[in-house]
Ligand binder design. Structure first.
Ligand SMILES: Cc1ncc(COP(=O)(O)O)c(C=O)c1O
Length: 438
């Protein structure tokens, strides 16, 4: 791995101009290096991504699309946006791509506004069963504009009963059938969603934000291969790119989706992000990335087995993808927020999580959610998954013992020290701690 995140000259300037922000940045590098990141939506981006995010593309206004912009000076931005779109289409086998969404939430809003009318009905996964906020959470503005009807997963298997989905579809006649999740450890049956949508003439939409990298790496099925109308993915999760989103679709939806993104929702695209997306599409098409995607799932299965053998209850009893959800109340008598805090103290970062039909509230839910994209990007494998699973179990059993948590933190650090964060290596031309104390 290369050893850069930002140029040394830029850092030295930053240290002089804004010592407080400089210190926070150095401390964050230390935090990310010494602890393990198990939040399943997080990752370490490809090191080259930093070069583009910190580049002069940040300075450019490029409202519009390649070849039809509202500002001059677009000869280089047109190149990067065309490359990003063409590479995204090739990678995901899609006829159309829009790489301008600033992040995942505006990307999904653009799909709803582009393909539906206010008041239309969308059939989507229930939130406590794994759906995302933008899939119709009452606190999201989207639920005020569109009418969301929800299907659930069966418990404890986590399977989706397609007879029930069909009954809801026939009853509510949604204009769009949405599948995709933020917290669901199983593979989705895209063929069944498509069949039900076709029966009622609805559009099919897959939000694969979490698993975009696993689809790109051919480790999971691709909804576009099942004839889906539209698919969205964030670029910063399993894809290891810049923060952002992209929309992939059948060609016929292109004009409406382009208009929905710009000028419908956004002004100038973030061209430094678009350039980094182009790079990410190239790197995600390599054999190395295919291996990475397979290893993410392999590691998740090993971690899940370690946790279950150690007495944890996993929602759906395991995982098919990169993530798992643990019911911490059932086995450790800890609500998810307490478990999250204890694990943080032991250097293990993950997030509290609602379980299906959770009787507890979102900020004090019954479980935690974790995953392996970031650990795998550090080249961790079977041994480390077993060690980390063991550390998690010991932490959850000693959640109120500060001395034990401090000891466990040292053990986590010892593992992490052997696996540098991509782009943040020890042989950088400065010492983090010395700089951060400066
Ligand atoms: C399925 C899904 N869709 C959309 C989003 C929104 O992405 P962002 O946080 O970039 O707005 C997320 C983020 O976690 C997600 O999991």
């Amino acid at each position: 791995m290369t050893n850069f995140t930002y140029s040394t000259a830029a850092l030295e300037q930053l240290q002089k101009s804004d010592p407080e922000i400089f210190k926070a940045l150095m401390d964050e590098e230390v935090r990310q290096s010494e602890g393990i990141e198990l939040i399943p939506s997080e990752n370490y981006c490809f090191p080259e991504v930093y070069a583009l995010l910190g580049s002069v593309f940040n300075n450019k206004y490029s409202e519009g699309y390649p070849g039809r912009r509202y500002y001059g000076g677009q000869e280089n931005t047109d190149i990067v946006e065309n490359l990003a779109r063409d590479r995204a289409k090739a990678l995901f086998r899609a006829e159309y791509a829009n790489v301008q969404p600033l992040s995942g939430s505006p990307m999904n809003q653009a799909v709803y506004f582009g393909l539906l009318q206010p008041g239309d009905t969308i059939l989507a996964m229930d939130l406590s069963h794994g759906g995302h906020l933008t899939h119709g959470a009452p606190v999201s503005h989207m639920s005020k504009i569109f009418n969301f009807v929800r299907y659930k997963t069966e418990q404890p298997s986590g399977k989706i009963d397609f007879d029930k989905v069909r009954t809801l579809a026939q009853q509510h006649k949604p204009k769009m059938v949405l599948c995709g999740f933020s917290s669901y450890p199983r593979e989705l049956d895209y063929a069944s969603f498509k069949k039900i949508a076709d029966e009622i003439g609805a559009l099919t939409f897959a939000d694969v934000s979490h698993i975009g990298g696993l689809i790109a790496g051919d480790a999971l099925a691709n909804p576009m291969d099942f004839g889906f109308d539209v698919m969205t993915t964030t670029t910063h999760k399993s894809l290891r790119g810049p923060r952002g989103g992209m929309i992939l679709a059948k060609k016929q939806h292109g004009p409406a989706l382009d208009k929905a993104v710009f000028p419908g929702l956004q002004g100038g695209p973030h061209m430094h992000q678009v350039a980094a997306t182009a790079l990410t599409m190239k790197l995600a098409a390599t054999d190395d990335f295919k291996l990475y995607a397979r290893n993410v799932i392999k590691n998740a299965k090993i971690l899940a087995t370690t946790l279950m053998e150690g007495g944890s209850q996993l929602v759906t009893g395991g995982t098919d993808n990169h993530m798992m959800v643990v019911n911490t109340v059932a086995w450790f008598n800890l609500s998810g927020d307490i478990a999250e805090k204890a694990l943080d103290a032991a250097g293990i970062t993950l997030n509290k999580q609602m379980i299906p039909d959770d009787p507890l509230p979102p900020l004090k839910p019954s479980g935690i959610r974790l995953g392996t994209p970031a650990a795998t990007a550090r080249d961790m494998g079977e041994n480390e998954m077993k060690q980390l699973g063991g550390l998690m179990l010991r932490t959850l059993r000693a959640a109120d013992n500060a001395a034990t948590l401090a000891k466990l933190r040292e053990e986590t650090k010892a593992i992490c020290d052997r696996f540098p964060v991509p782009g943040v290596t020890k042989d950088r031309p400065f010492d983090h701690k010395a700089r951060s104390a400066a």
